[in-house]
Design a protein around this ligand. Structure first.
Ligand code: GLC
Ligand code: CA
Length: 575
């Protein structure tokens, strides 16, 4: 181990042992019967969250917002959206979460505000308004596209100028070059830290500093043509240092969302004297079935997925710490993408094992732990998310309606935003009223109550994985190594630490596959500690197994040779 590595392992910051649960409150649990999830519902479900074996909650934005981008367009940074409760209810949740030993992190969205924020309302009044330079105004737009809605510039008649919005029209970008704006951000951090929150997930934080002059982007690249001029911009690390200094006073945790970040640029945020973030959400592994947005869909490639996983594992090992995830409110459900709805339970559990045992802090998104899947709505009008509509109208206009709807079915962020499926009663037990958004009709089969009863369910498997991770030093701190990276059916990785080895083997194939054992393991004795097929299910397959199987198949203390894996089978061995 290099000196650097041992130093990094020695600093076992509190967040490294944790696992987080992400809540998108609007669809989590409705506590007052108006059809909208809220903090009353969250309060009632804190014991459930704790029971998963996680140690913290990340709240997607719960501040006042006109919901042009469902909370990511904030109109007041220091309050709670009335749909979700109020500050007193938030404090109640925070207090109870802390009693249960759960940390709470908030979403910090400061690349932009809502156009209904007071600052923007003032700014648009004119150049001599005190808030005039809080946003990015120009007489003439450049050629940038926005990410969520058309061109990146919108004309404001009141001001007589265009404002920049990298996301939706109702999300004007803040001018971070203005020191007053940065003071505002620090004020927001202090406001929530003083209330007792434990950290922040910082939205598109690598976009907040824009290149002077805002040059035209590459004309042939749609959607992200301006990226070279707003990603990791010229002053980003100075601004990040300012925010870090506030957070340091509170020893809080900072996790940055880094859309399209590379390893190299991520390491600048995560290491060295400039370190400004504890972790970063990278995106490479979310592109194994698409080109930078799910809308440009292509067939799933396991090799691509493994490459992305391994690239980040290797690059950060000993230097920084990974944030592990497969789902959040921006991506369709992972079973529908990288797994199989047909082998729903098998692939849902296998996917859990494919990422929860990597080095890093795992994040679970609400509903992922019960294997929720994509929705299929019949008309584009039923979709709620601005990007579903933009995508539907932006490309592929020459394709048939069916084809375009199929793309939406694959790609829509709405699939992760349907109400949480608690039980098989009306509206999946999410609300006693009319739900604000459609409930996936599969709730009668896929729901928390049913999976609580079933010892082999996806829910129980997540619990087992998180418990195993927590009690094993090798799974927490061990090094990472991948085997057979070119294998198109199996993902196999090792975690090793102080004479203990874990071998995690995940089949991504919808059929039985033969799995080789790496040379290093041949003949070694290992113990099967976790498997997503029950003993009985595996016994049933014994016929095939006896014929072909090496000793990797049988249970305890067996020699590793080779073996046959059932569809989407996942196993964890300890050596
Ligand atoms: C982040 C959020 C996403 C939002 C965007 C603009 O990517 O996760 O939901 O639309 O930023 O705030
Ligand atoms: Ca409600």
């Amino acid at each position: 181990m290099s000196e650097e590595q041992s130093r990094a392992q020695a600093s076992r910051d509190w967040y490294k042992k944790m696992a987080f649960y992400q809540i998108w409150v609007r669809s989590f649990m409705d506590g007052n019967g108006d059809g909208i999830g809220d903090l009353y519902g969250v309060y009632d479900k804190l014991d459930y969250i704790k029971s998963l074996g996680v140690d913290g909650i990340w709240f997607s934005p719960i501040y006042p917002s006109p919901n042009a981008d469902f909370g990511y367009d904030i109109s007041d940074y220091r309050n709670i959206h009335p749909d979700y409760g109020d500050l007193a209810q938030f404090q109640k949740v925070l207090h109870r979460a802390h009693e249960l030993g759960l940390k709470v992190i908030m979403d910090l969205v400061v690349n932009h505000t809502s156009d209904e924020h007071f600052w923007f309302q003032e700014s648009r009044k004119g150049k001599d308004n005190p808030y005039s330079d809080y946003y990015i105004w120009r007489d003439k737009p450049n050629n940038w596209d926005s990410i969520l809605e058309g061109k990146a510039w919108e004309y404001d008649a009141q001001r007589g100028q265009y404002y920049l919005h990298l996301f939706a029209k109702k999300q004007p970008d803040l001018n971070m070059d203005n020191p007053r704006v940065r003071e505002e951000v620090k004020g927001i951090l202090r406001f929530w830290l003083d209330m007792g929150v434990d950290g922040f997930r910082e939205d598109v934080i690598n976009f907040i500093s824009k290149k002077e002059g805002l040059p035209d982007g590459l004309p042939f690249l749609p959607v992200i043509n301006g990226l070279p001029y707003y990603k990791d911009g010229p002053h980003i690390h100075e601004y990040m240092a300012e925010f870090r200094s506030v957070c340091k006073e509170y020893n809080c945790f900072q996790l940055g969302e880094g859309p399209l970040t590379t390893v190299r640029s991520a390491l600048r945020y995560l290491t060295g004297p400039e370190k400004s973030l504890d972790m970063m959400f990278s995106f490479d592994h979310m592109m194994a079935d698409c080109i930078y947005t799910e809308y440009l869909h292509r067939p799933f490639s396991l090799v691509k997925l493994k490459k992305a996983f391994t690239k980040w594992q290797n690059a950060l090992n000993g230097k920084a710490w990974n944030a592990l995830y497969l789902e959040n409110h921006d991506h369709p459900r992972v079973i529908s993408r990288y797994g199989s709805e047909r082998y729903w339970r098998e692939s849902g559990t296998m996917l859990a094992a494919s990422y929860l045992f990597q080095q890093g802090t795992p994040f679970l998104y609400q509903g992922q732990e019960i294997g929720m899947t994509n929705i299929r709505l019949h008309s584009i009008d039923q979709y709620m998310d601005v990007s579903s509509h933009t995508n539907f109208h932006r490309y592929h206009l020459k394709e048939s309606l069916e084809k375009r709807m199929e793309r939406i079915h694959h790609s829509s962020r709405d699939s992760s935003r349907t109400p949480m499926q608690w039980d098989d009663t009306e509206h999946a037990g999410f609300t006693t009223g009319e739900p604000w958004f459609v409930v996936n009709p599969n709730y009668t089969r896929i729901n928390v109550a049913a999976e609580e009863r079933d010892p082999e369910s996806i829910l129980q498997f997540y619990r087992k994985c998180l418990a195993l991770r927590k009690k094993s030093k090798a799974l927490l701190w061990g090094s990472y190594r991948e085997f057979f990276p070119e294998d198109r059916s199996v993902y196999m990785y090792e975690r090793a630490y102080e004479g203990v080895w874990y071998l995690i083997i995940c089949s991504f194939a919808p059929f039985t596959v033969r799995v080789r054992v790496p040379r290093e393991y041949a003949g070694r004795r290992g113990k099967l500690v976790l498997c997503n097929y029950s003993k009985e299910e595996r016994e049933k397959q014994r016929g095939i197994r006896r014929v072909f199987a090496g000793t990797l198949d049988s249970g305890d203390n067996t020699k590793a040779e080779h073996g046959w894996f059932l569809p989407y089978e996942a196993r964890v061995y300890r050596f």
